[in-house]
Design a protein around this ligand. Structure first.
Ligand SMILES: [Zn+2]
Length: 309
């Protein structure tokens, strides 16, 4: 089975290479066999339409079940034989493999007795490579199995979205658009919510020892992006000191801000906080940030630290 699979890939490679050569004058200049795909490098760039054209051409020659023959020929006769691939440095007796009325090239590999045994050829990828293209494909049983896999994946995805398989790209694009809109809406709502909380805090203000406004946020679940937006907003309130503690996964993050006239050094504050939580961080007198592993009682601890400022 492995041997037969390999023969299908190998012979399919001959035939597909011939199609690219015959239809577009592109030569096979490299061959790869990765764990899950066979690849050929062409010395000329081809696009998907051309690749599909070559694929159809090859599948037709497979279905025509053309006889495949090998012939031993002296090297000096080879140039006259119209070979697709020929190395003029070769000497002695050459082994020529021919698909009737189609590809002829020198090869020492094993081939089926007729092209029908290749089964089918299916191209899965066309990429730009150096000055040409890399075309990845499979033949025979392996091609069919890969198509089955992709078909089932497409079927599952289309069932999830309740659309036809051919509509999947549109469906995914629509989901992305919806996600983008929701995310924007969420950012907007979070911003509004924070505005309310700031307004409420200002209505019932707490003060620093020096008598300036003090805002302390203890957020059990906040994204760094949101914390940054909140800090920006708090930074617009004059004569204020603000502290934002927020938990993000396993980490406790903290930011401190002192606006003009707050008479408090954030560097001093963060030094105390770093010490209390075993964290790291620093910055400038008017703004600092840091983080630590998040302990269970972080809220009480942070509140106590901020209450003495
Ligand atoms: Zn061969």
């Amino acid at each position: 089975q492995v041997r037969f699979d390999h023969m299908q890939q190998h012979c399919g490679e001959h035939m597909l290479s011939y199609a690219f050569y015959k239809l577009f004058g592109a030569h096979n200049v490299g061959f790869h066999m990765s764990a899950d795909m066979v690849g050929i490098d062409l010395d000329k760039e081809v696009d998907w339409q051309q690749a599909l054209q070559a694929e159809r051409f090859t599948n037709r020659e497979i279905q025509e079940d053309r006889p495949i023959t090998t012939k031993l020929v002296p090297a000096e006769e080879a140039p006259k034989m119209n070979l697709r691939k020929f190395n003029d440095k070769l000497t002695g007796i050459l082994r020529i493999v021919s698909v009737e009325g189609s590809d002829s090239c020198t090869c020492c590999g094993t081939h089926p007795t007729s092209s029908g045994m290749v089964g089918l050829v299916k191209i899965f990828k066309v990429e730009k490579h150096k000055e040409g293209s890399r075309v990845s494909f499979l033949c025979g049983r392996e091609a069919l199995e890969r198509v089955e896999q992709y078909m089932l994946a497409a079927l599952d995805a289309s069932n999830l979205l309740s659309i036809k398989e051919t509509e999947l790209p549109d469906g995914v694009a629509r989901l992305q658009q919806e996600k983008k809109e929701l995310s924007e809406r969420l950012t907007e709502c979070t911003g509004k919510l924070l505005e309310y909380r700031i307004a409420e805090m200002q209505a019932h203000p707490t003060a620093t020892k020096a008598g300036h406004k003090k805002f302390v946020f203890l957020e059990p679940d906040m994204m760094p992006k949101e914390a940054k937006a909140l800090a920006k907003r708090l930074g617009e309130i004059p004569e204020s000191f603000s502290a934002i503690f927020y938990r993000n996964g396993e980490r406790l993050n903290y930011m401190f801000l002192a606006t003009d006239g707050a008479e408090l050094s954030c560097q001093q504050v963060i030094r105390t906080v770093n010490e209390a939580f075993g964290g790291r961080g620093g910055g400038r007198p008017e703004s600092c940030q840091g983080s630590a592993a998040c302990p269970e009682d972080w809220q009480a601890k942070a509140e106590a630290l901020m209450s003495v400022l």
